[in-house]
Design a protein around this ligand. Structure first.
Ligand SMILES: *Cc1c(COP(=O)(O)O)cnc(C)c1O
Length: 378
């Protein structure tokens, strides 16, 4: 089956006990045991809930994993996955990793003597040089935020396998429609389901897909022990949003390409970052491991004044953190997602005061461009 069909028919769309064509919201904390000698499949909703399970099975199938897990947020998913490691373990992560992941590795895991090296994973040699005897995992994001930098999964997974190192990929920006790292040999995929997977900016959640029963059992242990589970209501909302992932992204991607083309022609724009552009650094690598450029892009204006005026005058797009919704969302990293990083550090990462990030939604692109034009030229 192709991906669009799998979104609708993957064995988790019909409630087995009633035939309901929308998985019911099993809003229950516990389950009656009909036979004290023979417990049923479910006993307590932290350990397992049928609504959550339908979502967990779906993400496993869509990512090509053996098991899936749903958490109360993307960060709960990432923190829980990283909690399979122990004192004395060493991790490698890309240096422009999502801010919350940076916080967890630098201010939380460090307290438990799990050390993380943040490096430029777009440079394969740098990855090789940072591997130690106690390196247990490499955590990757590609394309990364907000400059859409591309990391070569094929090359890094090959190195990791030589050293018996687990590869974890945060696949939030691409979604399971456009990129499947497990199929390239990665071990664990994590998602902020808050973004493209749910797609409507109305729920916070996280998903994990794991390859291999043994590794999955370690993640399940943390999910059940730590308990950062996704509730049935939110599981249902994400199941609902997930069904339209392909059509949403197809449309958003088309619009992103058109918007990129238009931005490239504007005198007030200095540079556009979008993996779908042939001129984007690493674009060839990106298309060797993903099916499309996605719906997130960023651009630099020529002056800081233009960037600020744009942010103040844009009307159709929401000015917000987050991405992947049906509405276009623009954010100003230096004042929003990356505000806590000192200017000097930010500049080392290439995040300038003129940078604007756009998550393209489902508005008609002509309207969006018209709005962007007015805001840019304000
Ligand atoms: C939003 C996001 C997260 C965190 O997810 P939450 O659902 O906000 O906890 C992690 N990684 C990436 C790439 C994100 O965009």
């Amino acid at each position: 089956m192709n991906f669009g069909t799998k979104l609708i028919h993957n064995g988790n769309e019909i409630d087995k006990s009633t035939g309901a064509i929308s998985i019911p919201i099993y809003q229950t904390s516990t389950f009656h045991q009909f036979d004290i000698d023979d417990f049923g499949k479910y006993d307590y909703s932290r350990s397992g809930n049928p609504t959550r399970e339908a979502l967990e099975n779906s993400i496993a199938i869509l990512e090509g994993g053996d098991r899936g897990f749903a958490f109360s947020s993307g960060m709960a998913a990432i923190s829980s996955v990283l909690s399979i490691f122990a004192s004395g373990d060493h991790l490698i992560a890309c240096k422009d990793v999502y801010g919350g992941t940076y916080r967890i590795t630098s201010q939380f895991l460090s307290k438990f003597n799990v050390e993380t090296s943040l490096i430029d994973t777009t440079d394969v040699d740098e990855v090789r040089e940072h591997i130690r005897e106690n390196t247990k995992a490499i955590f990757l994001e590609s394309p990364s935020n907000p400059l859409l930098k591309i990391t070569n999964f094929h090359a890094i997974i090959k190195i990791a396998k030589e050293h018996n190192i687990i590869v974890i990929v945060d696949n939030t920006f691409m979604s399971p429609y456009l990129q499947n790292p497990i199929k390239l040999g990665a071990d664990i995929v994590v998602h902020s389901a808050t973004k493209f997977i749910s797609g409507h900016s109305d729920v916070v959640g996280g998903l994990v897909a794991v390859k291999g029963e043994k590794l999955a059992e370690r993640v399940y242990f943390v999910q059940n022990a730590f308990g950062a589970i996704l509730g049935p209501q939110d599981s249902w909302l994400i199941l609902r949003g997930l069904k339209t992932l392909k059509v949403r992204l197809d449309q958003e991607q088309k619009s992103a390409a058109k918007l990129t083309e238009w931005l490239n022609e504007q005198d007030l724009v200095e540079k556009v970052y979008y993996p779908g552009l042939k001129t984007h650094e690493g674009s060839d690598i990106h298309f060797s491991q993903a099916k499309g450029g996605g719906a997130v892009l960023s651009f630099e204006t020529k002056t800081v004044e233009t960037a600020i005026k744009f942010m103040k005058n844009v009307k159709l797009a929401a000015v917000a953190v987050s991405l992947g919704g049906v509405e276009t969302i623009v954010s100003y990293p230096v004042k929003m997602s990356h505000a806590s990083i000192p200017k000097e550090e930010r500049e080392k990462l290439g995040i300038k005061d003129t940078l604007i990030r756009v998550s393209v939604g489902l508005e008609d692109i002509e309207d969006l461009i018209k709005d962007f034009k007015i805001a840019l030229e304000a």
